[in-house]
Design a protein around this ligand. Sequence first.
Ligand code: HEC
Ligand code: HEC
Length: 281
Amino acid sequence: MRHMIAALCAATASGLALAALAEPDDQSLAVDGVELVTEIKASDEHPLDMLYSGWRFRTDETQALQTDDFDNPAFIFVEQAVDAWDTVEGEAGKSCAECHGAVEESMKGVRAGMPKWDAEAGEVWSVENFVNRCRTERMQAEPWKWDKADMNAMAALIGLQSRGMPVDVDVSGPAEPWFKRGEEMYYTRYGQLELSCASCHEENYGNMIRADHLSQGHINGFPTYRLKNTKLNSVHGRFKGCIRDTRAHTFKPGSEEFRALELYVAWRGEGLAVETPSVRQ
Ligand code: HEC
Ligand code: HEC
């Protein structure tokens, strides 16, 4: 890892890695027979011309795991969340289902618009924040920890109800300063390697960074099952890992910084289909 980033860094510094971008192969993703948008022309304000889902950059074997829910290892965790949805927990004696009914109905479309401004909190909130407000205030149960198994499984179950829908976030009004902050973070060079998100995911997508085929770093498939750690990984968990790879001090999952970055990164993927739960290397 260290060598590959050092090499990338040297290449970036000398301008070599900024040569012609390799577009991903022309492939289409059908999950259980339903076609998902993995490639779309970006809006005029977007720094990129074409948007590609991270799925397009994976190997044939990894891609195949996502085309059938029986083969997709993420579904073990989704099933656990289906049970959790119906489980009574906390002093109020309630389950998610008692208030929300069927998850397929009540959570349809929710993920496609996350993160979003919450007027009561006066902040941009990720899906995890909403889940924990229900747990603590409405169920009087313990909050779930960010980027841990229970939370990631529930986020996957909720995300699945938006599968196939286009990512579409509201970055206007009170969310705008968050969006701007996220944008600034995206172009900030972190760590000893002085790499920004854009250094890898905007300027070098399509290139190989050792054995990894660099994608545009979209979050339309999150939480994602990674073959590397054989579990679900949250958006903020991924951000943390990417920043740490530049040998920088990172932010905490759930922090304001990561929610701002999530809003901006979600916007960068607008129009791509929600793929949750995706499979990555
Ligand atoms: C006592 C009733 C109650 C319980 C129990 C409850 N919720 Fe909620 N939940 C609400 C209400 C009310 C809202 C806010 C209004 C809305 O968006 O439906 C909400 C909102 C949400 C949202 C945000 C939806 C959106 O469109 O922004 C999510 C996600 C959510 N709940 C998940 C859960 C999960 C997961 C559980 C179980 C761990 C749960 N809720 C338990 C009542 C409840
Ligand atoms: C040193 C290069 C590098 C930097 C800098 C970097 N990443 Fe990554 N990132 C990677 C690699 C390698 C992967 C795995 C392959 C891929 O999906 O692109 C990855 C994956 C991701 C993914 C998962 C994409 C998917 O489809 O599953 C997201 C999201 C992401 N990065 C966001 C970011 C953000 C936000 C930043 C800035 C805070 C950042 N990355 C900085 C190298 C980098």
